[in-house]
Design a binder for this molecule. Structure first.
Ligand code: NAP
Length: 367
């Protein structure tokens, strides 16, 4: 069985290969590695013992040799290559991190701890496109899995605090250089107000590095992510309801999900302040149990100052598959309305991990 990887050296692809090595996934299939820019180059690949020669990611004949193509290359690549492959009769499995095919009628948006039943039905029905969901949507569903499962949610509002990594590798680099510039400008000012004014002047100067982030992210935030849909909503905000219901298989009777998506200066850990209304009264201990028992990765953190500060720290959650849910309480503004705050590594459950697990499901199915 042959699997072709495209986009494996990007941010999502690198995390994917590391996880595959960690989990011993290589070995049950033959791997080929494709590139849009380094065709013919010999490379050492994470997880493999021998160097490989990179293949041309636009060579349809070579791509078609694979039973599975897994792409973390991006939407533009999928747009150029996917339809052409299908037009030429390729009938293999296409697993993709990009959003391009998420709403395609033949696609299943994958998050197997939450929708393994839909994935299995799609495979049985002969469907071949399995697409990773948006990072915040996947992380929210992992966090509130139990509540969605039990059908008690009336609506959810999600206010996001999204990491720089979601905007690509260059954004993380730029965030770090912004931090360096801020520190250099202000750290030696003995008067704290003078320090703040000096830093602010530096942040607003024309040569402050904002080529990728578009505005100062270190010491700041950016309250808009992805395209402007012209309706007052960003595409990122639109994805919450559309993709969550697609993952849950509830598109015909969707749960309302709305909010504002904000970029903040964390590196690779997204946060979400959630507010949700339940259809019925559920006491807090039952609510805690439903959320906590839903999957192997979610854990409810006690709603007190010390546990919240210690347990809901992006630095601690980054690089892990943990999904902590804290700040859980009934709000006083109306009946059956609760708050929660959740974190998750957006490159793991938010991107690479559902793809890795999907590849494993397909490999087991084909064998
Ligand atoms: P990325 O880091 O920009 O990598 C994409 C490609 O850029 C690489 O595969 C590589 O392709 C090329 N590239 C050029 N210079 C590079 C360099 N110096 N280092 C590494 N790669 C370089 O993209 P990404 O953030 O992983 O995102 C890939 C897809 O996943 C996108 O569709 C994105 O929307 C989606 N996604 C991303 C996230 C996220 O958190 N970033 C989350 C969910 C989904 P060649 O080898 O062909 O040159």
């Amino acid at each position: 069985m042959k699997v072709g990887f495209v986009g494996w050296r990007g941010m999502v692809g690198s995390v994917l290969l590391h996880r595959m090595r960690e989990c011993g996934d290589f070995g049950s299939f033959d791997s080929s590695f494709f590139t849009t820019s380094q065709k013919g180059v010999q490379r050492q690949i994470t997880g493999l013992s021998e160097e490989v020669v990179l293949k041309d990611a636009y060579n349809f004949e070579e791509l078609s040799q694979n039973a599975v193509i897994l792409s973390c290359q991006g939407g533009e690549y999928s747009k150029q290559v996917y339809s052409e492959l299908r037009k030429n009769g390729w009938s293999g499995y296409w697993i993709d991190a990009a959003s391009f095919l998420r709403m395609h009628p033949d696609s299943t948006v994958i998050l197997d701890p939450v929708n393994r039943n839909l994935i299995d039905s799609a495979i049985e029905a002969g469907k071949k496109n399995f697409i990773g969901g948006n990072c915040t949507v996947s992380l929210m569903l992992m966090a509130l899995h139990g509540l969605f499962n039990s059908g008690v949610i009336e609506w959810v509002s999600s206010m996001t605090y999204q990491a720089a990594s979601g905007a690509g590798a260059e954004s993380i680099r730029e965030l770090i250089s912004q931090m360096g510039e801020i520190s250099e400008a202000g750290i030696n000012k003995p008067d704290v107000l003078e320090m703040e004014e000096t830093i602010r002047a530096r942040m607003l100067h024309d040569d402050f590095p904002t080529q990728f982030t578009k505005a100062p992210l270190a010491g700041g935030l950016i309250p808009w992510i992805d395209e402007d849909l012209g309706s007052g909503q960003s595409r990122e905000e639109w994805k919450a309801e559309a993709e969550a219901n697609r993952i849950l298989g509830t598109e015909s009777n969707p749960t309302r999900i709305e909010g504002i998506c904000v970029r903040v200066g964390t590196l690779r850990c997204h946060g979400q302040a959630l507010m949700f209304k339940l259809k019925e009264k559920v006491d807090l201990s039952q609510l805690t149990r439903i959320i906590n028992d839903a999957n192997d990765w979610v854990t409810v953190i006690g709603n007190n100052k010390d546990s919240s500060i210690a347990g809901l720290s992006p630095a601690k959650i980054s690089g892990t598959l943990k999904i902590p849910v804290g700040r859980l309480r009934k709000l006083s503004i109306d009946d059956n309305i609760y708050s929660a705050f959740t974190l998750g590594d957006q490159l793991l459950w938010g991107a690479a991990e559902p793809l890795r697990r999907m590849l494993k499901i397909i490999v087991q199915h084909i064998k």
